[in-house]
Design a protein. Structure first.
Length: 195
C-alpha cells in the first residue's frame, strides 16, 4: 500500500499543478517544445510589417500551392497531426480535405516548393513530414479554446531538406522554403480555429 507521505506528495503535486496551470504555460525545453493540437484545426499566423497574415491554401486540390492571406478571424486552414514517427514530426493536412497534406516538393535545383499532395499512407515519402518547434507551447492537458494559442514563435522545418517555411512578407504571395535561421519571418503562431 502507499504510505501516507507518498499519497500526500501526489495530492500536493496535483494541487500545485492545477493551481499553476494556464492555457499557455511556459512548457519550454531546449531547443523548444512541440505543440499538442488535440485534434483541433488550426490557423498558422505570422505578424509582420503588414499586420497579421495567415497561411492558407490556394485551392483544395492536389498540386495547389500555399498562399498568404489576411488573418481571417482564426478560420482554420489546417489540421496538424503527429505522424507517430521518431523523432516526433507532424503531417499538416488541408482542413477541407484531410487526404491532402502540405508537401515539400522540389523542381530541378531550386529550393523545395510548398504545395498540397495526396497523403502517402505508407509513410515512405518523407517530404510530407514536418518538425514543428515553438518557443512556448500550451500545456498538453490544457483545454485550448477557439482562437486560443497552441504555440508561439514556432518554426516549421521539412524533415528531409532542412528548409523552413518562411513568410514572404508580401500579402498574397506564397510562403517559401528557405534555409532555417532564427529569422522573425520563419516564426509562426499556431492558433486553434474558431470553427
Amino acid at each position: 500500500m502507499f504510505s501516507a507521505s507518498l499519497v500526500a506528495a501526489f495530492v500536493a503535486l496535483a494541487v500545485f499543478d492545477s493551481a499553476s496551470a494556464s492555457v499557455l504555460s511556459a512548457r519550454q525545453t531546449s531547443p523548444g517544445c512541440g505543440p499538442n493540437f488535440q485534434g483541433h484545426p488550426i490557423s498558422i499566423t505570422y505578424g509582420g510589417s503588414n499586420g497579421v497574415d495567415e497561411l492558407g491554401v490556394a485551392s483544395n486540390t492536389a498540386g495547389a500551392g500555399l498562399t498568404t492571406q489576411p488573418e481571417s478571424a482564426f478560420t482554420a486552414e489546417f489540421l496538424v497531426e503527429n505522424s507517430g514517427h521518431f523523432p516526433s514530426s507532424y503531417l499538416i493536412k488541408d482542413q477541407n480535405d484531410h487526404s491532402l497534406v502540405v508537401y515539400a516538393g522540389i523542381r530541378g535545383h531550386a529550393p523545395p516548393l510548398l504545395n498540397l499532395n495526396s497523403i502517402d499512407n505508407s509513410g515512405v515519402d518523407v517530404r510530407q513530414y514536418w518538425f514543428i518547434t515553438c518557443d512556448t507551447c500550451a500545456s498538453p492537458s490544457a483545454n485550448v479554446p477557439p482562437g486560443g494559442v497552441f504555440g508561439i514563435s514556432c518554426q516549421i522545418e521539412t524533415t528531409v531538406f532542412s528548409f523552413c517555411i518562411q513568410s514572404p512578407d508580401v500579402l498574397g504571395n506564397p510562403p517559401v522554403l528557405a534555409a532555417c535561421a532564427d529569422k522573425p519571418n520563419q516564426k509562426f503562431n499556431l492558433l486553434r480555429g474558431s470553427i
